[in-house]
Design a protein around this ligand. Sequence first.
Ligand code: ADP
Length: 667
Amino acid sequence: MSISSSVLAQLMQVLPDWRPQMFFKTSLVALSHAMEDQVLAHTDGPLIIATFQQERFYRQEAHRYRRIGEQSDQVYVLAAPETDFKHGSGLYESVAFDPNDALSQEWHLVVIGDRYANCLICRERTTLEPETLGLDMDSNRRFEGIWTFNRQASCAAAIILLDRILHYRPELTDKIAAAKARYLNNSCDLTLAIAGADESPINYPDPFVNRLVSYLQVGQYKLIKAYRAIASQEQKERLIHLMTTAIRRSLDPEEILQVAVEQLGHGLEACRCIIYRCSATDNTATISHEFLNTDIGSLLGKTWALTDNELFQQVATQLESLFVQDLSPDNQAITDAVRTMAQRHHIGSWLMVPVFYQDRFLGMIELHQCRPDHLPWTGEQISLVEAIANQVGVALIQAEAYANLEDLNEQLAALDRTRSNLVAITGHELRTPLSTIQVCLESLATEPDMSPELRQVMLNTALADAERMRKLIQDFLTLSQLESGRVEWNPEPLLIEECVELGVSNVRSRYHGSRIPNIDIQLAPDLPLVQADGEWFVEVLAKLLDNACKFTPPDGNIILVARQDQAGQITLSITDNGRGIEPNRLETVFDRFYQEEGALQRTTGGTGLGLAICRQIIQRWGGQIWAESNGKDQGSRFNFTIPIATTLPVTRVRSSSNSPRRSRRTS
Ligand code: ADP
């Protein structure tokens, strides 16, 4: 059965005025070796009791104890067995104590000879000091206890340990009694041992030895400090490497923020770590990246107050890290709002590090500690978070630049498509009429005997094709300028009737009296004025009516309706009972150069740019345009919206037949 009481505690009870001191493991190794060497150097056969926490520690010293066992017949070695250490009597008495015994937390070496007595009674400290956190080093282990040449103390320690040995090996009663008789003045009682121990000779370590021990301890401190610096540098480099790898692997800022939040939260053992993107003037941010180490409640998806958080305001404006170690009501330096926020989210200590790039604030990294015994943030930890914040800043800017690049690429691709289309159109639309014009003109020039009728036909054909070319070039230029925003707009209150009238007459004049479907205009009574640029409005009406005429047989019908809708705007619809549009093409018809037959088989004329131009114009006044059709030969309806004017003055619309817009574009 194990004993739960500590030998050190028992000893301190009989030495109430003594104070244990702190020893590093390496110091204990050195002191123990010195004590063992002292035994090996003399031949007075002292009493030696050595306790090893584990069998493996004993193994490292087994050869020494074999030699020590040859020096004395009163040597006791105690260890918690792991593989084959067991009770035994040989060169020395071995005692395999229960691994649950308090002995497994302690380190003892007692030497009591005729001329000197010396003991080392220590207990391992289980709580780690802040400076040793993250250092996984055996030599870093710390013990507290006493190391002394005081004979009374050494005898008392020997009595406690001999009793413990007896507990495990009762058969050694006689041998232990002999030891007590020879080395401990037959004393079995602890207090008596202290009181009755012979005061002389008491050998205190001389100042030289004391100094040596101090140097040993100081050396170990320095070593730990150096290790700590190396470990923190190593952790910093590892995290930065992880971040760089994440940045190299992905240009997705969300993925990079997730890696950062997890690595930081984990690496710094924070209760919670959050990263969010925001500007310094945002009222709130939504938390979408979080590392959570305890059950203090997740902030994921929640709204995080920024304006009311004075700590955030300070960091975002000064671009410097800030931490508050004490958020208790006693801390008068923080505002009530901050304290309430901390209480609500169980934040015991708060570290905020800004993410910025070249003075541009991009977001925040926050680390929260919630345990009451949390350790203060160290300078190394803060500089580590700052290093990661730098990386995150670079990653965010890089991702932003990449997104811009993608936009540019898309624009370039669109431009390239336009160019290819233009080439295709040029191939057919420009070359075909040009060839016709050339043939007609050549015939007129080389055939002087041509009849006046034929001559007229030739001339009309050449003129018609020249007009087709002009229109294509004009539409193309119009669309390019609309798309690039290089168009001057003059929105004004307009009468719909007037614009519709101009649109219809525009179409009729295009068809030069050839037969077109009947156009029925149905305007709701008392329609309000609309707010638009009159010339562009007429242009839209003319293009849609022109399409309706093109794709509807001359005996068909076109109905133009205008009415005020529920959203407080005017919807105009142009319905025909012509060729119709396949349902899956209702959106595609608005693409540049889209024509159902394809550019090269067109029979109806046109450029394939009309609807694209209409959409550009309508979008400028915030309206929408869409097509409806039940399919082939089911007719089509084109609808568009236009806002109602809020001011009253009415402006008369000028006719757009002479392309007046040309003078209104900014170059
Ligand atoms: P286009 O100069 O060819 O008319 P648009 O951009 O105005 O160019 O129209 C694109 C295509 O949409 C037309 O070629 C046609 O296939 C289809 N379309 C437009 N309006 C109608 C309509 N009223 N009825 C049927 N199809 C239409």
